[in-house]
Write a protein that binds this ligand. Structure first.
Ligand code: AMP
Ligand code: DBH
Length: 560
């Protein structure tokens, strides 16, 4: 595990040009703070305050103070080090919203190792890819969650890898996870790692990469996003300030904790940086959330639009006292103005729209914006140094107030994906602007309104699906000649997926194709909602598949 391979350097693309680094340091944005010292510093300041409330992997209710969380992280870090995980190593973390997530997160940070943030929905196709592509030294899972056994997933993933990672299991670890893999390494329970001595926080370059976040992406394989200590902590501190987060904040985390939104906008990290309390919801249902809001006097929560709609409709039927709730953040996908308008009168709190991306740029409506701005825009950037360009199809700036492609560059937006030189040459301009793929309009006061999308991605209620990734899996079926995955409008999720498929010989049943994708280990949310068999695809003037034409065909035939 300590071989040269595990030491593969992070691509230089992660580095910001020195002139920009100087600018961001000079402005006081980038500081010497690192994630290794994040929690130790908070524990010194907020020791006995409650940092995290939630269930653990065994379903027990836990409340951890800052000091207890820091002590757990220090001991788990020591255990991980004994397993052979060192500073700079990658650790794939796939945990649900349980308290161990925060313990493991800060343990990995303390070591100076790099978490790779997988989602609970990911399966063997994604996890295997993350482990291989990042040459992961360890993979951390919960034994079981949501009726799914992650020990089996870990076993399947490891069996397919030449150098499988050390598997760490939170909860009951009664299965020999990697026994059948070519290079057997049995799994270890997280609790076994806790018995060690405390590990001292690593000394790290604050401008080095702290972790790898996932992009919803547009390509055949998911892209990984290298975020540095300095850039990310700047966005976390500023987000906390903009969102009014302080030691009295009690945030309910409903979305998957490792997603960039609940992690950093201002999310778990913003609340813990400020001495507040994070309450982890074990499931996203309004019933669970409302009970927790009442019990824990929650002041703030962040949701994707479909969940916000579910809260709105559940509110009328619920007797729960939600009066502590001050701010409801909604982001990840476009929140329609008609729904946005209902938040204040029906939930009794201020709506904050959040338009962000794991690559960097995050926009917020401000808490004191007028109601019209809050309801009809997706907010404005965090930083005075966030550079925004809105360009037409030919790359020329659109006239003020016009609609066009959003490009951005700034103190917390990456300059390149992890080890992806080819993608980087198309996803970034030569002068370092990230092409977001979003179509926006620059409204008054510098607020952005998301009008659409130019990238081949489906946004299924905040869950992003790269068309090409699903198409590649479909094409692997022996009867499938070609496939095109497009979005179809959906009242609840905003969009769902439809796969158009050209087959050879006898067409398989739609259900059989879905099962085929599942068996290939694709995450459930990426399995197409509909499959349509066609003889051929409509093409554009230059012979590319016309996705627009396919979308139009869908609109004409499916009633949603
Ligand atoms: P990712 O790059 O996977 O982190 O996904 C970020 C993308 O999610 C953005 O580029 C947008 O396409 C979409 N997105 C996030 N927040 C919003 C929002 N409030 N309204 C519309 N789209 C959003
Ligand atoms: O969708 C996103 O990726 C997102 C949404 C809101 C995000 O990364 C964020 C805020 O930070």
């Amino acid at each position: 595990m300590t071989s040269g391979l595990r030491r593969t350097a992070l691509a230089e693309t992660a580095r910001y040009p020195e002139e920009f680094a100087e600018l961001y340091r000079g402005a006081g944005y980038w500081t010497p703070e690192t994630f290794a010292r994040f929690l130790p510093a908070r524990a010194a300041e907020f020791g006995d305050r409650v940092a995290v409330v939630g269930l653990d992997a065994r379903g027990e209710q836990r409340r951890l103070t800052y000091r207890a969380l820091d002590e757990s992280a220090a001991r788990i870090a020591a255990g991980l080090a004994e397993l052979g995980v060192h500073a700079g190593d990658r650790v794939v973390v796939q945990l649900p919203n349980i308290v161990e997530y925060t313990e493991v997160l800060f343990a990995v940070f303390r070591l100076g190792a790099l978490p790779v943030f997988a989602l609970p929905a990911h399966r063997a196709a994604e996890i295997g890819y993350f482990c291989r592509f990042t040459d992961a030294a360890a993979y951390v899972v919960a034994a079981e969650s949501g009726g799914f056994d992650y020990r089996n997933l870990a076993r399947d993933v490891c069996a397919d890898l030449d150098t499988p990672p050390a598997v760490v299991v939170a909860g009951d670890d009664d299965v020999e996870v990697t026994a059948s893999s070519p290079s057997p390494r049995s799994s270890v329970s997280l609790d076994a790692l806790r018995t060690r001595e405390a590990f001292p926080p690593a000394e790290l370059d604050p401008e080095s990469v702290a972790f790898l976040q996932l992009s919803g992406g547009t390509t055949g394989t998911p892209k990984l996003i290298p975020r540095t200590h300095s850039d990310y902590l700047y966005s976390v501190r500023e987000s906390a300030r903009i969102c009014g987060v302080g030691a009295d904040t009690r945030m309910l985390v409903v979305l998957p904790a490792a997603h960039n939104f609940p992690m950093s906008s201002p999310g778990i990290l913003g609340v813990l940086h400020s001495g507040g309390t994070v309450v982890l919801a074990p499931d996203p249902s309004p019933d669970t959330a409302f009970a927790l809001i009442e019990r824990e006097a929650i002041t703030m929560a962040s949701l994707v639009p479909p969940l916000a709609m579910a809260w709105l409709s559940a509110r009328a039927r619920s007797e729960r006292d939600l009066s502590s709730l001050q701010v409801l953040q909604v982001g990840g996908a476009k929140f329609p103005a008609e729904a946005a308008r209902r938040v204040r009168p029906e939930l009794g709190c201020t709506l904050q729209q959040v338009f962000g991306m794991a690559e960097g740029l995050v926009n917020y409506t401000r808490l004191d914006d007028d109601e019209d701005t809050i309801v009809t825009t997706q907010g404005r950037p965090i930083s005075a140094h966030d550079e925004i360009r809105v360009l037409d199809d030919d790359g020329a700036p659109v006239p003020s107030g016009g609609t066009g492609h959003l490009l951005t560059r700034g103190p917390y937006t990456i300059r390149g994906y992890y080890n992806a030189p080819e993608h980087n040459s198309t996803s970034f301009t030569p002068d370092g602007f990230y092409r977001t793929g979003d179509i926006v309009r620059l409204a008054e006061h510098g607020c952005l309104v998301v009008e659409g999308r130019a990238k081949d991605q489906i946004n299924r209620g905040g869950e992003k699906i790269a068309a090409e990734e699903v198409e590649n899996h479909l094409i692997a079926h022996p009867a499938v000649l070609d496939a095109a995955v497009v979005a179809m409008p959906d009242r609840y999720l905003g969009e769902r997926t439809c796969a158009f498929v050209v087959t050879e010989g006898e067409a398989p049943k739609a259900l059989a194709l879905k099962v085929f994708l599942r068996d290939r280990g694709l995450a459930g949310y990426k399995i197409p909602d509909k499959v349509r068999f066609v003889d051929a695809f409509p093409v554009t003037g230059v012979g590319k598949i016309s996705r627009n034409e396919l979308r139009r065909a869908l609109a004409a035939t499916f009633e949603n």
